[in-house]
Design a protein around this ligand. Structure first.
Ligand code: PLP
Length: 377
């Protein structure tokens, strides 16, 4: 039997309803969306146009403000590097936060070497940001502020609307990595960020597909292109469009828009059941407790228990731990460290993230596994 999948923040399975609309675009509807001389191309273009509208509807934008790409890492690189390159005359100062995803953090590290000045604002022990810090960090050379909608590790949701107001008042572009927020909380760019990224594989769409929103006016956000070529996506992202993936992303966004509220309600009950059990049986302490959090995410510290040990014992559950295993010696999570957790506390933290296909039975079975673990240890 496959392990119970509780790692939806890492990636989601493609919803069968998404897959079924994608499939014809691999076979009989295989046209190139740029082929303007025949019906194969027209069909593909119509499908891409529809997907653009579906994405736009999820985030409250206009279809003309949506640009397709390969996912959030690309979207983040495009916006941050593209704005740095295009807005040099305005300034070179950027603002970001300590809990941003590596795709943002590493891109800013690169830009620093290219002459950008980057202010990294800390987060508090609840994973929250302080709006006063933003007001203080902005100066006459500030071009852009980057703040994720919701954190991928803790699920903590940031006050995007309030940040947008501050940025607007100060004439600073507000970019938000909405990779984890999309499909989980309401996103409305009308009162939110001027630019944002989403990713197909976090919303039950395919991997390798994503979209960037760029506000068209007030302010008009115009990064320089990262990839040059045939002038696709209004010359901001050249390369033949991945039509099946784009169709899938569009359908995934439509389902997310229609089903978000009922999904969230159902998932929250299951998440809370697991959370209550771990709090009670393991004296678990939720990282980001008392903050607004995504309903599907549970990042919890189990005092005195090494997460690596839990991981190797709970073979029938797929979940994440509070350290990155990219090196020989696991590094504590930069998000948990920024929240003030010690190395030991990070090493005792685990992340369960639930999703559309999580069942009550699965949560029961995870609870049983945890009970067995407790009895043995
Ligand atoms: N930003 C956040 C918050 C994420 O969780 C992820 C993926 O884990 C990314 C960006 C990168 O997205 P992608 O896998 O589409 O490149």
């Amino acid at each position: 039997m496959n392990p119970v999948y509780l790692d939806y923040n890492a990636t989601t399975p493609v919803d069968p309803r998404v897959l079924s609309v994608m499939l014809p675009y691999f076979s009989e509807k295989f046209g190139n969306a740029s082929s303007g001389t025949h019906s194969y191309g027209w069909l593909a273009k119509a499908a891409v146009d529809k997907a653009r509208e579906q994405v736009a509807q999820l985030i409250g934008s206009d279809g003309s403000e949506v640009y397709f790409n390969s996912g959030s890492t690309e979207g983040i690189n495009f916006v941050l590097k593209g704005i740095f390159n295009a807005y040099q005359t305005k300034g070179n100062h950027f603002i970001t936060f300590a809990d941003e995803h590596k795709a943002v953090g590493d891109t800013f590290e690169y830009l620093r070497k290219r002459g950008a000045e980057v202010t990294v604002i800390p987060i508090n022990n609840k994973g929250q940001i302080n709006l006063n810090d933003i007001e203080q960090a902005i100066n006459s050379k500030t071009v852009l502020l980057s703040c994720m909608y919701a954190n991928n590790e803790t699920g903590v949701i940031h006050p995007v609307q309030e940040i947008a107001e501050i940025c607007k008042k100060s004439n600073v572009i507000f970019f938000s990595d909405a990779t984890q927020a999309a499909g989980k909380i309401n996103i409305d760019v009308k009162t939110g960020p001027d630019a944002l990224t989403i990713s197909g594989h976090k919303v039950y769409g395919p991997k390798g597909a994503g979209a960037v929103f760029l506000r068209r006016r007030n302010p008009r956000v115009m990064p320089e292109a990262l990839i040059h070529g045939g002038g696709h996506e209004k010359a901001l992202r050249s390369g033949t469009l991945n039509v099946p993936a784009i169709v899938g992303l569009g359908q995934a966004c439509e389902l997310a828009r229609i089903e978000r509220e009922s999904d969230v309600e159902r998932i929250l009950i299951l998440r809370n059941k697991l959370e209550d059990f771990i709090k009670q049986e393991f004296k678990g302490i939720v990282n980001g407790d008392n903050s607004p959090r995504l309903s599907n995410t549970l990042n919890i510290m189990l005092p005195g228990i090494a997460s690596e040990k839990l991981l190797s014992s709970l073979k029938d559950v797929a979940f994440s731990i509070g350290s990155a295993c990219t090196s020989a010696v696991p590094e504590p999570s930069h998000v948990l460290s920024a929240m003030g957790l010690s190395k030991e506390q990070s090493y005792s933290s685990v992340r369960f993230s639930l999703g559309r296909f999580t069942t009550e039975q699965e949560i029961e079975s995870v609870i049983s596994s945890l009970k067995r673990f407790k009895e043995k240890s």
